[in-house]
Design a protein around this ligand. Structure first.
Ligand SMILES: Nc1ncnc2c1ncn2[C@@H]1O[C@H](COP(=O)(O)OP(=O)(O)OP(=O)(O)O)[C@@H](O)[C@H]1O
Length: 467
């Protein structure tokens, strides 16, 4: 069986090295908690109205989210309220405080499964930006017993940046539940040897999490009740991540709940996930449901990278772009493009794989704060990153795997950086050869979704697609 060779590979693998110390343990301030507890959560109607107003400022058309949440075909649709999901009052308060009025489809469907007794395993797929993070964060926060001062939920993310982002969601949602504490198992967060963690939730990357469970024994894995794999398909499909995740899983008790989430599961990965998760509940999208209608997809024909750059300038000349993410195949192209865009006067951030993880997190933070309007990057940033103001994604190079075949999953994750939770988004693909046209065609066939041609010399046409 595949798991045997896999297990062998896992056993052969060395644990990751220790690294420098920064204190990233829970950042909640007691005075903050005290202040928040004074709020009456029963006043949620008023609070929710306020949140609604705030959200309405952020979406492109008035009531867009509310309209979508009433459309049964939308992934944001839900018949239930958060109250009906039987969340603890402290968590309801957290949810409303974040400006959420209703659960999305994945939240409505997955939460009852995740909160059922006895605990059930779950493999869940839902489109990018539809609230998967909130779903598993609420499950973790619901399951912990705050009286027990040891880790009870472990959540593993593929990258440092994503672990930080998910940690922030846990902090925000758990803001009114101060007895529950969180700690980050990420590079740089070095703990004293021999110590035992008291925080109930640990979020981190697989290497450090494995070290903390095994080598350093900061966590007693036998006491863990919930194990979450975010971006589960990449955690399973990438050899190093897979080995580490499975080594962690093996240390956990048999009845530990396993929750796997992603927007994409390639067929072989899906089958594999089902083999490693005992008796899972399954939430799976049909292929044609994977792409979001709120993200409009176009392609532009060019002959070389200079023409692609010119097309980009034309797009910028024609429409106002709040923030954009531009994906390149190589660091070299990304560096070149960032330089060209800077020369044109754009505020550009460059993010690529060779940067230190702390540097990468800082770049994303600046971009999230709107300090730069354009982020030029490689696939390192294709997944999970949630920046609400990204209105355009450009595939300066189409995503291909190492054999030059279309990388459909990466395509979906990349374009999913826009159109978050009902917002409208624009995805523009640059095609510069017969080969890349062929790749684009195969991506269209895969998702059974037409990608329209855009003439970037026609300013009216560009304006039209953005209106
Ligand atoms: N019920 C809700 N109501 C309003 N906004 C929500 C709700 N749930 C989540 N959001 C917001 O929607 C955005 C996208 O959510 P999230 O990052 O959890 O999506 P995701 O499904 O994990 O996406 P990805 O597949 O890209 O990782 C976030 O900004 C989040 O705050």
């Amino acid at each position: 069986m595949a798991t045997d060779s896999w297990a062998q590979a896992v056993d052969e693998q060395e644990a990751a090295a220790e690294s420098v110390s920064i204190n990233l343990r829970n950042t909640k301030k007691p005075e903050e908690n005290g202040e928040c507890m004074q709020l009456k959560w029963e006043d949620k109607a008023a609070q929710s109205l306020l949140n609604k107003l705030i959200r309405n400022n952020l979406v492109n058309t008035t009531n867009q989210v509310e309209v979508l949440q009433k459309d049964p075909n939308s992934p944001l649709y839900s018949v239930k309220s958060f109250e009906e999901l039987r969340l603890k009052p402290q968590l309801l308060q957290g949810v409303y405080g974040m400006g959420f009025n209703r659960p999305s489809k994945i939240q409505e469907t997955a939460l009852p499964m995740m909160l059922a007794e006895p605990p059930q395993n779950l493999i869940a797929q839902s489109q990018s930006g539809t609230g998967k993070t909130a779903a598993f964060v609420l499950a973790m926060l619901s399951h912990v017993d705050p009286n027990n001062k040891y880790p009870q939920c472990l959540c593993v993310s593929p990258t440092y940046e994503l672990a930080l982002q998910t940690g922030k969601v846990i902090e925000q949602m758990g803001k009114h539940y101060p007895e529950v504490q969180l700690v980050y198992a990420i590079r740089g967060n070095k703990l004293q040897r021999g110590m035992k963690l008291q925080e109930q939730i640990v979020i981190g990357t697989p290497g450090t999490m494995l070290d903390w469970c095994g080598k350093f024994k900061f966590i007693d894995p036998k006491k863990v009740k919930v194990f979450v794999l975010d971006e589960a398909d990449v955690m399973i499909a990438t050899q190093g991540h897979q080995d580490q995740s499975i080594r962690i899983q093996r240390m956990l008790p048999k009845n530990c709940q396993m929750l796997l989430f992603s927007a994409t599961f390639e067929e072989s990965v899906w089958n594999f996930a089902q083999r490693i998760v005992p008796d899972p509940n399954i939430i799976k999208l049909k292929r044609e449901e994977e792409t979001l209608d709120t993200i409009k997809q176009y392609y532009v024909l060019c002959n070389c990278k200079e023409e692609k750059f010119q097309a980009l300038c034309n797009i910028y000349g024609a429409i106002t772009i709040a923030q954009a993410m531009i994906f390149c195949h190589t660091r070299k192209t990304a560096g070149w493009l960032a330089g060209e865009l800077s020369r044109e006067g754009h505020q550009v951030a460059l993010l690529s794989g060779e940067m230190q993880v702390e540097q990468r997190a800082a770049v994303i933070e600046r971009f999230r704060d709107g300090k730069e309007k354009v982020l030029v990057t490689t696939n390192v940033c294709a997944r999970g990153i949630d920046v609400e103001q990204v209105s355009v994604v450009i595939n300066f190079d189409l995503p291909v795997d190492k054999d030059g075949n279309p990388d459909n999953e990466t395509y979906l994750h990349r374009i999913g950086r826009t159109g978050r939770f009902g917002k409208r988004g624009l995805a523009i693909n640059m095609v510069d050869s017969k080969m890349s046209m062929n790749i684009l065609n195969r991506i269209q066939e895969h998702f059974n979704k037409k990608i329209e041609k855009l003439d970037t010399d026609d300013l009216d046409e560009i304006e039209k697609i953005a209106s």
